[in-house]
Ligand binder design. Structure first.
Ligand code: NAG
Ligand code: NAG
Ligand code: NAG
Length: 286
């Protein structure tokens, strides 16, 4: 194409214009399109022969190539870098997100676990406390029962017995019969009180047997066993109205509570035999 143009008539002018154009151009500004479109000729020795000096073109081409390559490389590098940065950033972001998600979900799970465990521990604690409370109550109950049993055992194994007689034979009249001659006693600490008042005081509660046998030759001699002021038995001794014989002996049982009092009471006026003829026995049988 360049040679076709050189054979034409307006070669000189064209060349000058081209030369001007070529010399005026440079690739420095990233714009070399105009410069490389046209073949470059600096000198023309013969009319039909055109000497083409392509040194400038070469330089320009080199420049252009370097420039383009630089640009391309720079763009490629940039793209590559961007790509890499993008990818790295993205993957980092993804990683971060995943990690975040993981961390958050792990944290949430752990919180859930902790809450559940806390709940479990609390429930366990409550259960334990309830059980301990129940056990304590049971223990209390058992202790109470045990102490009750102990008291019962102590109560029932406590031996109480007494046999007493009147020390003097004499006439008595509507009075408490004092059997002040105590021949035997066990588990009775207030014997002297009994001897002076004639009233047997219960010191250990339980089931008691009270037995009396009283001798008299007086008609209509009779006596009562009295518990805390209540007559609990009435006994006649010897003849009444000259015809009937009565036994003169009596046995009763009673549950005696602490401080209960039992005594014999003579009704009417009659002679009471002393010593082994008359006796009162009080015995705790359970
Ligand atoms: C490059 O050349 C073209 C065509 O001559 C022109 O339109 C454009 O503005 C030029 N660019 C630069 C950066 O000089
Ligand atoms: C992180 O969690 C969000 C919300 O739950 C979800 O949309 C996202 O896809 C998750 N990302 C990853 C990487 O798992
Ligand atoms: C017990 O008997 C005596 C003699 O009969 C009598 O005086 C007394 O009122 C009686 N006591 C009671 C509580 O009934």
């Amino acid at each position: 194409m360049a040679f076709m143009i050189l054979y034409g008539c307006a070669i000189f002018l064209f060349t000058i214009s081209l030369n001007e154009h070529v010399f005026a151009n440079s690739c420095k500004n990233d714009n070399c399109t105009a410069a490389i479109d046209i073949p470059l000729v600096t000198k023309l020795n013969a009319p039909l022969k055109a000497e083409l000096d392509i040194s400038v073109l070469t330089i320009q081409l080199k420049e252009l190539i370097v420039n383009e390559v630089e640009q391309a490389v720079s763009i490629a590098m940039k793209n590559l870098a961007e790509n890499i940065v993008d990818k790295r950033t993205q993957s980092a972001l993804e990683n971060l997100q995943t990690f975040n998600n993981l961390t958050i979900s792990t944290f949430q799970q752990e919180m859930k676990d902790v809450t559940a465990r806390k709940k479990d521990v609390l429930t366990m604690q409550e259960t334990l406390e309830a059980e301990i409370k129940q056990m304590k109550e049971q223990q209390k109950l058992i202790e109470l029962k045990l102490s009750g049993v102990e008291a019962e055992v102590q109560k029932s194994t406590k031996r109480v017995a007494m046999t007493a007689h009147p020390s003097l034979g004499r006439r008595i009249s509507n009075t408490i019969m004092k059997f002040d001659d105590v021949k035997y006693s066990v588990g009775v600490s207030k014997l002297s009180t009994y001897m002076t008042t004639g009233k047997f005081a219960c010191e250990h509660e339980g089931l008691y047997l009270i037995s009396a046998s009283v001798m008299s030759h007086t008609n209509s001699a009779r006596y009562y066993i009295v518990l805390n002021g209540d007559n609990i038995s009435q006994t006649y001794i010897g003849q009444q109205s000259g015809s009937t014989v009565f036994t003169g002996a009596v046995t009763v049982t009673r549950e005696l509570n602490l401080h209960d009092k039992v005594w014999l009471y003579a009704e009417g006026s009659w002679y009471l035999y002393n010593g082994l003829f008359s006796k009162l026995t009080v015995i705790k049988i359970k």
